[in-house]
Design a protein around this ligand. Structure first.
Ligand code: SAH
Length: 221
């Protein structure tokens, strides 16, 4: 895979992006930064990857290209999922598209899977980034996530990771550029700093038991 970023940039983009849902697709270079890092650490090969807030499926697509065995793509927006299906359709590997809200996830803990995500930055809906982060940390034992940089934001992300039993690693700082789409935006491009995190579970949590006495989603633990 010579230039993963360029391949990802050629995928189909959102047609009617929603501002409220912060639908900005991850630029290819940033997606490649995340996915190569995960690949080099051995997190992707053969893994089941969960792309939370998948949008057009850029991160799931790249993961499958780098050797993930399956991808679960979840988004609250059906139109985005339709584009993700078009993008990922031709690839080998099992892909499940799930329409759902991270506030009330249809997914239980799967344990040894990998979340790759570029969640809403919480600019339109305060706290959306942290909601995504907590949800991700409750599904898989490893998580890659991009966050908009602010000193307080990094501190909060680190704290939440600790509360959920994860060790956070700040993998990289980078700049992200997005094109403004609405008339009220004065600048045509907006550039800001983002941080890429990798989280690995260090503390196992006791799974709630169902009536039959078996633990939920514990087969892969
Ligand atoms: N991960 C994609 C898209 C990032 S944009 C990429 O890397 O290109 C953020 C995505 O989160 C959007 O597709 C949006 O529809 C989705 N989203 C926003 N709020 C959500 C929620 N509450 N539950 C699930 N998905 C949500």
């Amino acid at each position: 895979m010579r230039d993963l970023g360029a391949v990802l940039d050629r995928l189909k983009d959102f047609e009617n992006p929603s501002e409220g849902l912060e639908q900005y697709r991850t630029p290819g270079d940033l997606a490649a930064l995340m996915l190569w890092d995960a690949h080099l650490r051995g997190d992707i090969d053969g893994a089941v990857v969960v792309d939370l807030g998948c949008g057009t499926g850029v991160l799931a697509y790249g993961s499958l290209l780098l050797g993930a065995s399956a991808a679960v793509c979840l988004d609250v927006d059906w139109e985005a999922l339709t584009i993700a299906r078009e993008n990922i359709g031709a690839l080998r590997g099992l892909t499940d598209l799930v329409a759902g809200d991270v506030k009330a996830l249809p997914l239980r803990s799967i344990g040894s899977c990998l979340v790759v995500m570029n969640p809403p930055f919480g600019v339109k809906k305060r706290g959306a980034d942290i909601l995504f982060l907590r949800s991700a940390l409750r599904i898989c034992d490893k998580v890659y996530s991009l966050h908009k940089y602010s000193p307080g934001g990094v501190e909060l992300v680190m704290r939440v990771a600790g509360e959920e039993g994860f060790a956070p690693l700040l993998v990289a700082e980078a700049s992200m550029t997005i094109k403004q789409r609405l008339k009220h935006h004065r600048r045509r491009v907006y550039r800001f700093k983002v941080v890429l995190f990798r989280f690995v579970r260090t503390v196992q949590v006791e799974e709630p038991r169902d009536e039959q006495g078996s633990t939920r989603g514990s087969s892969s633990r």
